[in-house]
Design a protein around this ligand. Sequence first.
Ligand SMILES: [Mn+2]
Length: 449
Amino acid sequence: MADYYVGKKEYFSKITKIKYEGPKSDNPLAFKYYDPEKKIGKKKMKDHLRFAIAYWHSFCADGADPFGSATHAHPWIIDAKTPMEAAEHKMDAAFEFISKLGAEFYCFHDRDMAPEGASPAESEKNLFTLVARAKKLQKAAGVKLLWGTANLFSHPRFMNGAATNPEFGVVALAAAQVKAAIDATIELGGQGYTFWGGREGYMSLINTDLKKEKDHLARFLGMARDYARKQGFKGAFYIEPKPMEPSKHQYDYDTETVIGFLRHYGLDKDFRLNIEANHAELAGHDFAHELETAAAAGLFGSVDANRGEPRNGWDTDQFPTSYYETALAMYAILKAGGFTTGGLNFDAKIRRNSVDPTDLFIAHIGGMDTFAVGLEIAQRIISGGVIPGFVKKRYSSFNSGDGAKFDKGELTLDQLARIGTAAGYGKAGLTSGKQEYLENILNQYLLGL
Ligand SMILES: [Mn+2]
C-alpha cells in the first residue's frame, strides 16, 4: 500500500513520497535536513514543527497579480465541468500533495474548499458537501486540520469590511459564513480557528467611525467564540496581526496592538496570536520580535511560516529560506514551550514564474528544511547554554536582596530611591551587553550542523 493518498486521477504522477536523504543528497525532491522522526530534545522533529499546508496558496492561487493574469494552469481546475467538480478535483490534488510531502496538517478558508452558491444556504450546502469529502480524505491521507477560517475579504460585498462593515446587513452575512466555517472546523476535528481581518480596518478616517468599528469587531469575535464553545469546540481561536494591505490600516496592526485589543475587550482567555513572518516585516518588526511579544503575554498560538522581501512594501508570502530567521524564530518558540494547538502553516506561494509541476514540492521541501535547520540551531542555543546563561546572569541582581524585593513589587519609589542614593554612582550600569560576542556564538551554531 502506498504511504500517500491518490484519488481517481494522480495529479503529481511523477512524484512519490518525499523522503529524508540527508545534507549530501542532490535530489531536489528529497529533504536534506527535515528528518521527521529525529529526536530534538524531548520531541521528534515533526512534533516540534507541526507543518501545515495552506489550501489557498497551494491549490487555489493561480499566479495572477495586479499586472497579469494566471500563469499556473492547475490541472485540477481545467479538467472540471462545474465549480463543485473543480472543488472535488482540487481536494483530491490537495490531499495527494500533502500526503506525498508528509506534512501532518493543513489549513483552509471556507471558499478555498467550496465555491460560493447563489444564496447563503446554498453556500453552506456546498461547503458541507466538501467537508464530508474532506473528512474521508483526511483519514485516507493521514492528514489533520490545524485550523479553519472564513474568507471575509475576497467578495465585493466585503469591500468596506466584514465585522467592521458600516452596513449591518454585511455584518450578518459575515456571521453566516463564520458560523458555517466554525461548524466545518469542528466537523473536521480542527485544532484551531483563525481570524485574519483582511478588511477589518479603514481606507480613510474621513469616512470612518473608528471606535464603532473596533467595538463591532470585538462584539463579533466574542459572539463567534460563544457559538463555537457552545458547539463543544475546545481548540484555540487565533487572531493574525497584519498592519495594512489590503486596508490602509488594519485594527490587528501587530502583536502588541492585538494584545491590547484582546485585553481591552476581555477576549484574552480564548484568543491567541497567529504570527506571520511577512506581516511582522510589514509592521517593521522582526519575526522573532512578534513571537517573543506574544509569548511574553502568554498569548502565543501558531505561525504562518513565510518571509517577505525586505525591499518591498507588500506581502510577498515567499517560502522561508533564512536559517538565521528560522533559528531565532524557533528559539522563541522553544522558549515559549513549543506548539500546543498551533503549528507552522506555510502561508507561502510559489512565484508567478515558477510553473513547473515540481516547483510546489520543491518550495515546500525548502521551507521545511529551513525550519528543520532553525530548530536544530535553536536547540543548540539552548543546550549550548552560553546565550541563555548570559541572559540569566544579566538579570541576576534581581535574584536576591533589594533587587528581589523590587522584582516582587515590595518596594516603594521612595525606598528604591534611598537604595540608589546610598549606593552612589560607582560603576553602576557599565556592564557590557556582549551583543557581538553572542552573535558570533550564534554564527558558530549556525555552521556547526
Ligand atoms: Mn502574508
